[in-house]
Design a protein around this ligand. Structure first.
Ligand code: URA
Length: 288
């Protein structure tokens, strides 16, 4: 295998083992990967190895041909109640020409939903196919699991708020799968998410997975999911719990990982003063 590709593959495997489910691939890296794989002899077995890499979301090859992103929107929330402000923001996002242009190929703009008075604000990475089709966040298998987790915390889905770093599903040229958002895409969408947080004023933010963590806290190449998961961070004064993305939990269907994620939720429950029963405390602990 091309030595560069082999190193990238090794690093991706390491990140995956740490719970990272999306990575950014910059233009120059992407070009080198494309070049490196084009340089390789196209034998069947080697094609299969490229297949490993192609399951890692990348920027679409033609992403650069799209209109460059305009500057991120500057928002001034109108006076009014939380519901009125959220309604205004929703309409602003639905009318956003950049959101419309980029969601056009993949489906609907996915604004976010839930209670504007929620104590808990869950943030995911980017809408997938099901979300883009319905225009709602977290309606896929990962969303079902998230809903179960929220229900295990004693809350119905509509009492929390859910949104994503991205307001649309990043388009790509592969027949299936999702692409992780680029830094440019995330920077464009961030003011919309920040405005949602400002309106809801949750007691706690829950960042689901590495992309949400990086999007909310800012990128940091030295950050490791294994180190930040389960820790309290702060975003403009709001406590933020960094935890696994439910899609990672679906892939890692083992009790220790589930327990780790559940311990993060117990921390959240304690922080916001939700009652915790003995039964809840014991979820996913080994039976004695
Ligand atoms: N994953 C996310 O991060 N967000 C969604 O809305 C769905 C899946």
């Amino acid at each position: 295998m091309h030595v560069g590709l082999s190193l990238i593959r090794q690093e991706l495997k390491r990140l995956q083992a740490e719970g990272v489910d999306h990575v950014y691939v910059g233009d120059s890296t992407l070009e080198q990967m494309i070049q490196a794989s084009a340089d390789r002899p196209a034998t069947k077995s080697k094609q299969a190895t490229v297949g490993d890499l192609s399951s890692v979301p990348t920027q679409p090859v033609d992403a650069k041909k799209k209109n460059p992103f305009p500057a991120a929107p500057v928002l001034q929330l109108p006076e009014g109640s939380q519901s009125e402000q959220m309604q205004w923001l929703r309409q602003t996002v639905l009318d956003c020409s950049t959101c419309r242009e980029h969601s056009g190929a993949t489906g609907k703009v996915v604004f976010g939903e839930g209670s504007v008075e929620a104590d808990l604000f869950f943030c995911g990475d980017a809408p997938g196919e099901d979300e883009a089709r319905s225009g709602r966040p977290f309606v896929d298998k990962a969303g079902e699991l998230l809903e179960k987790i929220i229900s295990a915390m004693g809350l119905p889905r509509d009492q929390v708020y859910m949104a994503n770093i991205m307001k649309w599903r990043p388009e790509h040229d592969k027949p299936f799968g999702n692409r992780s958002p680029t830094a440019e895409e995330m920077s464009f969408c961030l003011p919309y998410l920040q405005a949602q947080i400002k309106i809801v004023q949750p007691k706690v933010l829950i960042a689901l997975g590495n992309t949400a963590i990086s999007g909310l806290l800012g990128p940091d190449p030295a950050r490791r999911m294994g180190a930040i998961r389960g820790t309290w961070q702060t975003l403009e004064g709001t406590p933020l719990m960094a935890t696994y993305h439910p899609s990672y939990l679906l892939r890692r269907d083992d009790s220790p990982t589930k327990r780790q994620a559940w311990e993060d939720m117990l921390e959240v429950m304690e922080k916001v003063g939700l009652p915790i029963s003995q039964r809840q405390r014991a979820y996913f602990l080994p039976k004695v």
